[in-house]
Write a protein that binds this ligand. Sequence first.
Ligand code: UGA
Length: 441
Amino acid sequence: MKITIFGSGYVGLVTGACFAEVGNDVLCVDIDEEKISRLKKGEIPIYEPGLEDMVIENSREGRLKFTSDVAEGVAYGLFQFIAVGTPPDEDGSADLRHVLSVAESIGRHMDDYRIIIDKSTVPVGTADLVRDKVLSVLAERNVSIDFDVVSNPEFLKEGDAINDFMKPERIVVGVDNPRTKELLRTLYGPFNRSHERFIAMDIRSAELTKYAANAMLATKISFMNEIANIAERVGADVEAVRRGIGSDSRIGFPFIYPGVGYGGSCFPKDVQALERTARKFGYDSRILQAVEAVNHDQKLSLVDKMRDHFKGDLKGKTIAIWGLAFKPNTDDMREAPSREIIEALWSEGAKVRAYDPVAIDEARRIYGERDDLELLEHPDETLKGADALAVVTEWMVFRSPDFDVMKSELTSPVIFDGRNIYNPDMMEQLGFTYYSIGRLP
Ligand code: UGA
């Protein structure tokens, strides 16, 4: 099948590469010409395991192509995916400018039936706005061409996106007629194996499904962070509680790990956007507001512990930070807890020596050269002369460090573990002062 994908960012590229991988002809369109010329050379603008090989291989086979020519994109595919960004605007609502500009281009250049598919995370009602935009441009052109609009949210996790796309747990498709539904079912056939994963529904429900999924997961995390905070105060161990509740299949083990709060480009933005949508429709969502507020405080909980440890004064202290990305296996630092932590440390007069396996360049891009930030090439280098270590992202390489080196390099053996990756008993035996999230010391 012939597929056009607008937006060669994270979602667009993964979607394009995976559709090509199963034999479709895919044209990826982006108005950023530099990005397109780099992609044509096989240079991937983001870090995502497995993506580069897949893009290079499918480009070589001629199934995956790139262009910055929007008209060429509209002419190409029966399926026109919109996978452009929906950044939050000033009040936290999703900004639909890019989505509607693609809709406008499709209306401007189409001369045959097209299926327009919203892949970007967009508020309920966006499919109607896309339809209205296309209709108004067609009316301007004084032509009448048939088209359909579909909502097909993605559930990819950064760092595991290829796997999530190739072996989805569910394929959610919002359609308003049986013919489009069957075309989408055929398109997703290669990914819909072993048992039925295709869930068709009306368009607004599909749009809401995406927000509900992210909001539910974010709620689980904020809930668990509150339990951790309660555990600390009552002298209980959140790790034991986590095992205790996760074993109830109605609760389950995934996404109940307490930590320094959720980050990334999805949960913070989507929880806010859903809250704003609810408000716009006259509903005050107290749960979503609380999820957001708890997460904000949680990002700073490690700094609170540091302040307590250093008797209220972080001025002149040097803190080693392990992990800058919002989670492992990505270089994405959007809404990353590391940023709130680093900025809070700076505002209290502390210095930071940081390491991350892949996000160092991203940190340099965000913060530039500063006297109070050193970005280093090896985790051990961050420890030299630092007053404490803070573990902020649970990268695999941090899980079994050389604790002797750690002790000899730090000015005093203090660890603030924001991801609960070390064993408190062992840390005590090794002579560390060890703080973690919600566990018994
Ligand atoms: C999330 C969803 O998991 C995807 O299903 C969805 O498609 C995606 O958003 C999106 O809307 O595009 P992602 O943001 O890539 O994916 O990352 P997650 O793996 O979900 O992690 C989000 C945050 O939650 C991270 O900061 C992580 O550290 C935190 N987290 C996760 C916890 O603090 N505790 C947990 O138990 C799990």
